[in-house]
Ligand binder design. Structure first.
Ligand code: 2P0
Length: 315
């Protein structure tokens, strides 16, 4: 049996558009922070008696076409027809809008590489995780991770700053527990097809990525977070303008966004928000301002995450 762990990641520069939907090749590069605290643990065990894979999520047997497709890809690479029992546990609520598919497919890739004797190197692991879910390509690595566009061979995540060198912290709010309105895969397809702002979003985000790398190089963390907030709003602007319109914000998301901006203006604290394909707000700040920032959110439910490590095998 092979066992692994991986952490979710949150993008400062978002992946929100596919050049190739089968291979999950992105239309623009993205930049994310792998998070500690939230964790996925996975085991994969080959069982020659099985007629199909068995997938157990948080103790409950479930069907997942996305995982079946992924496992078929693994078997094709391994030239092995054997099915497996896959057990996965998240130490965070799967439905609460945290990026469980990123940590899930990153952990699964690492465990499958071992159990199916694929012996994949770093780049190959990140490429395999990408086939499962685009954002999983970035959870293979630690700290700040850049995911470049390209071909199946060249598009994968690379850590550009290790976790111990990053003075950032993230508050992941659970302001809305209702399940996702629409999957990222489906939403990206609708936005690409129908949003009048899709092309300009991709162009803008590509430029944001370049600017972000420059800010990282200069350790200009505050301006990086400001750029991240603007990039997230750009993604949502393109998404809101799709037909049918997709609005991920809930009343509490708007309340939190407003609060972040007020605190920034009035208390002069370096805090910035970012939202993915759901209503839950992530707030970024600098580690040395954490105590002051936490005081401002006493009435809210959130989880703290620091920069985290990449996916790995465990005993
Ligand atoms: C990101 N998101 O960069 C963006 C921002 C959500 C909003 O990557 O279709 O689950 O499996 O490749 O990776 C979520 O999309 O989508 C995502 P698929 P995925 O984190």
């Amino acid at each position: 049996m092979a066992k692994s762990t991986a952490h979710p990641n949150i993008a400062l520069i978002k992946y929100w558009g596919k050049e190739d939907p089968t291979l999950n090749l992105p239309a623009s590069p993205s930049l994310s922070l792998t998070l500690s605290g939230l964790k996925t643990s996975t085991s994969v065990r080959l069982d020659p008696k099985l007629k199909q894979d068995v997938f157990i999520l948080n103790g409950k047997k479930i069907e997942s076409p996305k995982i079946s497709t992924f496992m078929n890809k693994v078997r094709e690479l391994a030239e092995c027809q054997t099915f497996s029992v896959i057990e996965t546990r998240n130490n965070f609520p799967t439905s609460a809008g945290h990026a469980s598919s990123a940590s899930g497919f990153a952990a699964l890739s690492v465990a499958c590489s071992q159990e199916y004797k694929l012996n994949l190197n770093h780049d190959q692991l990140s490429r395999l995780a990408r086939i499962g879910s685009g954002s999983a390509t970035r959870s293979i690595d630690e700290g700040l991770v850049a995911w470049q566009c390209g071909t199946d061979k060249t598009s994968f995540g690379t850590s550009i700053v290790s976790s111990d060198q990053i003075p950032l912290v993230v508050l992941s709010f659970t302001n809305d527990k209702s399940p996702k309105k629409i999957s990222s895969t489906k939403a990206m397809e609708i936005v690409k097809k129908t949003s009048p702002y899709y092309d300009s979003w991709i162009k803008r985000s590509t430029a944001d990525f370049r600017d972000a790398l420059e800010l990282v190089k200069n350790s200009d963390w505050q301006n990086l977070l400001a750029l991240g907030e603007a990039n997230s709003l750009g993604m949502h602007a393109a998404t809101i303008a799709a037909k049918p319109s997709i609005i991920y914000f809930s009343p509490d998301s708007l309340k939190l966004m407003d609060q972040v901006r007020k605190i920034r203006a009035e208390k002069k604290l370096p805090i910035y928000f970012s939202l993915d394909a759901g209503p839950n707000v992530k707030v970024f700040t600098l580690k040395d301002k954490l105590a002051a920032v936490e005081k401002e959110f006493k009435d809210w439910d959130y989880t703290l995450s620091f920069p985290g490590e990449g996916a790995k095998l465990i005993d």
